[in-house]
Design a protein around this ligand. Structure first.
Ligand code: FAD
Length: 496
């Protein structure tokens, strides 16, 4: 006989803890009690500012008001990431959340471009992408278009600490109990090995049936107590440190993240309403901490507002993200560097997965295995997408980039690259977070031009293709001139 799950305990009040609390309470409602334990003395990792479009689904499900959310979290709009110096120094491309052009008769748009010679070096692909056009022009407004050709998917940059605070208020209103205190001891059932309670420094004991470990990199329950183990991916993703520093805001905020490659890592620049978030992700085998700090500070374009903060990490994932009655969510579950801003999404996705598989009647092996299988695939798909950015490059100006070019890559990624190289075919694996348009932009942007196009592109004459391209370009250009600037949009929303 299994024990029904009536009480969920969340350990940790960072972004992972409070997203888990808010979403679990919203999705599972009255059926369970939730208690969150956090220690202000320990604090949170305090970085993590760029997101991807599914965050809108999270906010919508929670019923958050967008204007209030933007105001409370000092958020700005993100339409894309601009990758600078990744293919070669001096070169840049965008990975936008949109899609260029329009697929016709089951034929992906880029095959048409290839047929008329527009996909070669410095491809014109992005000229047909509204996200790109608005990112470059610094424009934004929500477009409620019926025609998907002028859809403009977006996400946010925000202060993750403020977002956690915002969700704390929300969760407590919904009935989540918050307990302040430092966990000093974890009690396990001697028969099953399940966690029974958390003992706090002040003597309190917090009991539960299911525990979400949101305790950050250390994984207090999943690793320190249950010794679950970690699959290390640093042979492919060699960066293992980040130095973060906030700086003064720009006069104008750009609606995109900048990712600027250096000789052994890359720098993020994220514009918020009140400041910029900056950081350098780097490989400690290639830079010393002092070198990395100097590179970051000398490449800031506004004045730093605090001392640089060093964060160590190991890229990879827990062998099991659900072990016994503990589910690791957030940094405790694994870490993939923030190159494509996926960590906060992984929190959201873990909680939604848990809600789908929630063991109301008790934990069973099949549910745990299913959860772990899905989490593994999700992490691996993102891992492959990140490796693509490093491996496909023409840079050979440093040992780091030469190592990246020459490394063996996972077979799953090799297969995708080879197929695309031959004739531009793109295959999105089931449930892959990244759409074909994302794979296309990064493959092209990093320098792979397919040798041929798909024969489906022969279903139109060359003249017909050119006329269609001109029409699409006009349709995409038209809204840009009429839209307000990104700053005007944010200012108006925040007044609401
Ligand atoms: P933490 O923030 O570390 O929180 C841990 C919590 O556990 C704290 O509340 C702490 O008090 C509590 N705790 C720990 N031990 C105890 C104890 N003994 N007793 C009581 N409480 C305890 N994600 C994105 O989506 N986009 C980004 O751009 C992005 N950039 C990042 C850049 C870097 C350099 C890093 C490292 C991460 C980035 N992330 C990003 C990831 C994002 O920051 C994290 O996913 C997110 O903040 C979740 O952190 P967490 O809540 O798991 O852990």
């Amino acid at each position: 006989m299994q024990n029904p799950i009536k009480k969920v305990v969340i350990l940790g009040g960072g972004t992972a803890g409070w997203i888990s609390a808010a979403l679990t309470k919203k999705l599972l409602g009255e059926a369970i009690d939730i208690e969150l334990v956090e220690s202000e003395a320990i604090g949170t990792v305090g970085v993590g500012e760029a997101t991807i479009p599914p965050i809108q689904l999270l906010n919508n499900v929670l019923g958050l008001n967008e204007a209030e959310f933007l105001r409370e979290t000092k958020a700005t709009i993100k339409l894309a990431i601009k990758f600078e110096n990744w293919k070669q120094q001096g070169h840049h491309y965008y990975h936008t959340f949109g899609a260029a052009g329009k697929s016709m008769a089951f034929c992906h748009f880029h095959h048409l471009l290839k047929r008329v010679g527009e996909l070669e070096d410095d491809s014109r692909l992005w000229e047909y992408d509204l996200n790109y056009l608005c990112a470059e022009a610094g424009k934004f407004a929500k477009i409620n278009a019926k025609d998907p050709i002028i859809d403009m998917p977006y996400a946010y940059h925000f202060d993750a600490g403020l977002y956690a605070k915002f969700l704390r208020k929300y969760s407590e209103k919904m009935g989540v109990v918050r307990t302040e205190g430092m966990v000093e001891h974890v009690e396990q059932c001697p028969d099953t090995g399940n966690i029974v309670s958390l003992k706090l420094k002040d003597g309190q004991s917090v009991q539960g049936d299911l525990f979400l470990d949101c305790s950050g990199f250390r994984g207090l329950l999943i690793q320190e107590k249950l010794r679950t183990g970690y699959e290390d991916w640093s042979q492919w993703l060699q960066c293992d440190r980040a130095i973060a520093v906030p700086s003064e805001r720009h006069e104008h905020t750009a609606p995109y993240t900048r990712s600027i490659a250096h000789s052994a890592g890359w720098q993020w620049r994220i514009p918020l309403q009140h400041r910029n978030g900056n950081g350098l992700v780097y490989s400690s085998a290639h830079y010393s901490e002092d070198e990395a700090t100097n590179i970051l500070l000398s490449n800031l374009d506004t004045k730093p507002l605090a001392d640089p903060k060093l964060i160590r990490f190991q890229t990879g994932r827990r062998y099991k993200q659900w072990n016994k009655n503990v589910i690791a969510v957030g940094l405790s579950s694994g870490f993939l560097e923030p190159l494509e801003s996926t960590s906060i999404h992984l929190i959201q996705s873990a909680v939604v997965r848990l809600a789908h598989l929630f063991p109301h009647q008790g934990i069973t092996e099949d549910i745990v295995n299913e959860y772990n299988k899905q989490s593994k695939v999700e992490f691996e798909q993102i891992r492959d997408f990140l490796i693509l950015h490093y491996h496909v490059t023409e840079r050979d100006d440093s040992r780091f980039w030469r190592d990246m070019r020459n490394m063996d890559i996972p077979e799953t990624l090799r297969h995708k690259i080879d197929i695309f190289k031959r004739n531009g075919r793109l295959f999105r694996d089931q449930n892959d977070l990244f759409l074909e348009s994302s794979w296309l932009q990064v493959m092209l942007g990093q320098g792979i031009v397919p040798q041929d196009y798909h024969p489906l592109a022969n279903s139109m004459t060359e003249q017909h293709i050119r006329d269609t391209l001109n029409r699409i370009k006009q349709i995409k250009d038209e809204p840009v001139a009429k839209l307000p600037t990104h700053d005007e949009f944010i200012a108006n929303m925040c007044k609401m």
